[in-house]
Design a protein around this ligand. Structure first.
Ligand SMILES: Nc1ncnc2c1ncn2[C@@H]1O[C@H](COP(=O)(O)OP(=O)(O)O)[C@@H](O)[C@H]1O
Ligand SMILES: C=C(OP(=O)(O)O)C(=O)O
Ligand SMILES: [Mn+2]
Length: 541
């Protein structure tokens, strides 16, 4: 891409920061100074460890319904509009003008950072925020340039996040006062009315997911790590399925916990830090994440701390179920220094099946992997979202990340399918959800069981072990794994009432079918044949 088009339309720094008031723009401050600003400005509190603790108020998670993509000549044919809300160019321009006038009266924090560990695919990003702690957050999360690289740093993508800005629905074309407006053509994202920091990192991610397919790079909502033998693995999964938890593994080098690309050279992290859930964080089950969450300059979002000792109580969900910890990768002892690794040997698709149906691990053929990638199944349970009843809710979020994958799923699906074939990758479906019954009746599969299953799969041993074929889903399920109670491998045997298991399985299979109908026109027959059986539309084939 030519430089002129890269920079064209980018928000002008002179507009945002007139020279007369440049005093109030804090550029590329380092951690200690950002913490000082945060404390001085009353943005949060210091934990005993030196972590910076903030509350985000009303929004403690992403506002999916308030995210917009500007519809223009370039995006019109490129975005999968079935999955995105459009905003007109005029509405965006009004919003931008109002962001600029709002920002004029504020002290602002600016971080110039890279997204993308692979040099050829590095995106120069500028993140402008109202709060010092947001600057600290994104500095922890993205990749920090060398001081010499900051001179003459020309951003190729800008995010402006002003939590106290309120959108005017009628004037800006929004649904509420909260807005995440993505202008991919101008390469600007405007975030207002929410201070949940995850919006910033996922905005950068969404833009990379828009541009990288054009460079023949597969962008993935996944974590990744590397074994001692140099074999890398990626773990796709929707929120809460275990990407962050399971990728932090003392026996494997951590590449990253959430966003990666797969190019001709192998895989690379987009980020330079992690964003872990801290609710019920256990020091013994997740020692690395626990340590990274108790250190100077880690940002703790909506974590309750003791008012006297300033020690976090990770069991307290009064502020949010989705409490978070943001820390740089070097807070994890065995993290990768480069953020890059070779082509993966294994792909793991994580799901948290709250219906208690799916086995804790299954081996997928490439066609089954494509079916599950396009389906993007997991389930939500009470606690993670406001207003949920006792029943688990199925979620089908294509490519395991629909809110951040702007193009049609076939774009990502085809890239992945070719990469799996080209590199002869072994694919697995891993259920980190419920066993012995659905949510409320059974229990969640212990982390140590999931870890043992993954160890067997990633070592290369498991794929040659005896397997049974699941009668409904058709994938291969190991009959024994060292260190794991064999009963757990056959969910039907963990249910007190096997007929109830069969009925639940039929229900889940039907949900898969109903969801997959929209993809049927785009996939080859082998992928369609990976649908669960026992349903009329399949039986008729
Ligand atoms: N068997 C399991 N595997 C993975 N995570 C589990 C398991 N059982 C419980 N959990 C909990 O589920 C949550 C998984 O969340 P996380 O790793 O942050 O997911 P993601 O990064 O995919 O959003 C963590 O809070 C973890 O402690
Ligand atoms: C940061 C997020 O990712 P995840 O929950 O997948 O870790 C998020 O969804 O806001
Ligand atoms: Mn995560």
């Amino acid at each position: 891409m030519r430089a002129a088009s890269v920079f064209m339309g980018l928000i002008s720094m002179a507009e945002l920061f007139p020279t007369s008031s440049s005093q109030r723009v804090r550029r590329n401050l380092l951690e200690a100074e950002l913490v000082e600003y945060g404390v001085r400005r009353g943005e949060g509190k210091l934990a005993a460890s030196g972590a910076f603790v903030v509350e985000t108020g009303q929004h403690t998670g992403r506002s999916v319904q308030d995210k917009y993509i500007v519809r223009d000549a370039e995006t019109e044919g490129a975005i999968w509009w079935d999955n995105a809300r459009g905003m007109t160019e005029e509405e965006f321009d009004r919003l931008l003008a109002d962001f600029i006038s709002f920002a004029r009266h504020k002290e602002l924090f600016v971080q110039d950072l890279y997204a993308g560990a692979e040099k050829g695919h590095q995106l120069k990003t500028r993140i402008v925020t109202e709060h010092a702690w947001q600057s600290l957050f994104i500095r922890n999360l993205l990749r920090r340039p060398e001081p010499s690289e900051l001179e003459g740093f020309l951003p190729e993508f800008t995010v402006v996040d002003l939590p106290s800005f309120r959108a005017a629905p009628l004037y800006h074309g929004t649904r509420s006062e909260t807005v995440i407006a993505c202008n991919f053509t101008k390469r600007i994202v405007l975030i207002g009315g929410t201070s949940y920091a995850g919006e910033i990192k996922k905005s950068v991610f969404s833009f990379l997911n828009y541009i990288l397919p054009g460079k023949n790079v597969m962008p993935m909502h996944c974590s990744a790590n590397v074994g001692k033998d140099g074999n890398s693995a990626v773990f796709f999964g929707l929120s809460g399925t275990g990407k962050t938890t399971l990728s932090a593994d003392p026996s494997r080098e951590l590449l990253g916990d959430d966003e990666h690309g797969w190019s001709d050279n192998g895989i690379f992290n987009f980020e330079g830090g992690c964003y872990a859930k801290t609710i019920r964080l256990s020091k013994s089950a997740e020692p690395q994440i626990w340590a990274a969450s108790n250190r100077f300059a880690t940002v703790l979002e909506n974590v309750v701390i003791d008012p006297v000792s300033r020690v976090p109580n990770f069991d307290d969900n009064r502020l949010a179920e989705n409490a978070r910890s943001a820390y740089p990768l070097d807070a994890i002892a065995n993290a990768s220094a480069t953020g890059t690794a070779g082509h993966p040997k294994n792909i793991v698709m994580l799901t948290a099946d709250a219906f208690g149906v799916l086995p804790p691990i299954a081996k997928l053929t490439p066609s089954q992997a494509m079916y599950h990638f396009l389906s993007g199944f997991t389930a939500k349970v009470a606690g993670t979202e406001k207003g949920m009843g006792p029943e688990p809710q199925p979620t089908f979020s294509t490519c395991f990340g629909a809110p951040f994958m702007p193009r049609h799923p076939r774009v990502y699906g085809n890239l992945l399918r070719n990469l799996i074939a080209q590199h002869d990758v072994d694919c697995w479906l891993v259920n980190t959800g419920w066993t012995g019954g659905k949510y409320g009746e059974g229990t969640r599969i212990p982390i140590k069981v999931t870890r043992a299953l993954l160890e067997a799969a990633l070592s290369g041993d498991l794929k040659d072990q005896p397997m049974r074929t699941d009668p409904v889903f058709g994938f291969a399920v190991p009959v024994a794994v060292a260190g794991v109670d064999p009963k757990l491998l056959t969910p039907r045997e963990t249910w007190a009432d096997p007929q109830a298991y069969d009925a639940m399985t039929a229900k889940l299979a039907q949900m898969f079918h109903d969801n997959f109908a929209k993809f049927a026109p785009y996939v080859d027959s082998d992928v369609l044949k990976a649908s669960p059986v026992g349903h009329p539309s399949v039986a008729a084939e």
